[in-house]
Design a protein around this ligand. Structure first.
Ligand SMILES: N[C@@H](CCC(=O)N[C@@H](CS)C(=O)NCC(=O)O)C(=O)O
Length: 215
C-alpha cells in the first residue's frame, strides 16, 4: 500500500489525520510508533527529526509529509475523495486554515501544556496550569462563533472539523465545555460522524494511558 500513517492511537494530532483519511475512504497502512521506546524513537527520528506524530509517507510518490495540517492538505490535493476537506482556491481555503490554526494554536497547544505538566517528573507548576486553562477558555470563546453550521464551515465537513474534534474532545478534560453549549453540541455531532467514531473506537484499548482521564 502506498500510504503509511506513522501514528499512535491515543495521539490527538493523529486523530486529526485519521479522521481525514477515513473521510476520504483512503487506503493506508497504520504504523504505530511508541515514542517512549528508545529504539523506536531513534528509528522514527530518521523519518521526522522533530519526532512528533503523525507523519504520512507515500512510497509511490516518494513523499514524507509531517504535520497534521500538511498531511490533510496533501490528501485533499492528491485524492479526489478528500478534496472537499480543503478547497483548491486559496481564498476559499484560507478561512478553513484560519479555523484550523485557531484550534491548534489556541486550544490544542495550551492543552498540551497541561498534559506535559502532568507527565513531568520535575517540579509541578499549578500557576502555569491555571494560565493554560485560561488560554483554553479564551480559545473556546474565539472558536465558538466560528462554527457556522453543523460543521465549522457550515454544511461542508473540512480540515477545520478534523482539527477541532481532537482538540475539543481532549481539552474538555481540562476545561469543561459545559459553559460553551454550542461547542458541546458540535462535539456531540462530531462524535456521531463515522470517521470520528472510528478514530475514537480505535483509541479505546489505549485510553487508560491518557493522563487526565480521571481529572
Ligand atoms: N504540530 C504537530 C504536533 C504534533 C504533536 O505534538 N504530536 C504529539 C502527539 S499528539 C507528539 O508527537 N508528541 C510527542 C512528544 O512531544 O514527544 C502536528 O500538527 O502534527
Amino acid at each position: 500500500m502506498a500510504l503509511t500513517l506513522w501514528y499512535h492511537p491515543l495521539s490527538s494530532f493523529c486523530w486529526k489525520a485519521l479522521i481525514a483519511l477515513y473521510e476520504g475512504d483512503i487506503a493506508f497502512t497504520h504504523r504505530e510508533v511508541k515514542l517512549y521506546d528508545p529504539e523506536e524513537l531513534a528509528a522514527y527520528k530518521k523519518i521526522w527529526p522533530m519526532a512528533k506524530l503523525p507523519v504520512l509517507t507515500d512510497d509511490e510518490r516518494g513523499q514524507t509529509v509531517p504535520e497534521s495540517t500538511l498531511i490533510i492538505e496533501y490528501l485533499a490535493r492528491k485524492y479526489p475523495s478528500a478534496a472537499s476537506l480543503l478547497p483548491a482556491d486559496p481564498d476559499a481555503a484560507r478561512p478553513v486554515l484560519i479555523k484550523d490554526r485557531v484550534v491548534d494554536n489556541y486550544i490544542h497547544a495550551p492543552f498540551f501544556g497541561i498534559v506535559g505538566e502532568r507527565l513531568r517528573d520535575g517540579p509541578k507548576d499549578p500557576f502555569g496550569v491555571e494560565q493554560a486553562k485560561a488560554a483554553i477558555a479564551r480559545g473556546y470563546d474565539a472558536f465558538a462563533p466560528m462554527v457556522e453550521g453543523p460543521w465549522a464551515m457550515g454544511e461542508a465537513f473540512t480540515l477545520a472539523d478534523c482539527a477541532a474534534f481532537p482538540a475539543l474532545f481532549y481539552a474538555d478534560y481540562a476545561v469543561k465545555l459545559d459553559s460553551w453549549p454550542t461547542l458541546k453540541a458540535y462535539v456531540e455531532r462530531l462524535k456521531a460522524r463515522p470517521s470520528v467514531a472510528r478514530a475514537l473506537k480505535e483509541a479505546e484499548p489505549v485510553f487508560h494511558m491518557f493522563p487526565l482521564k480521571d481529572g
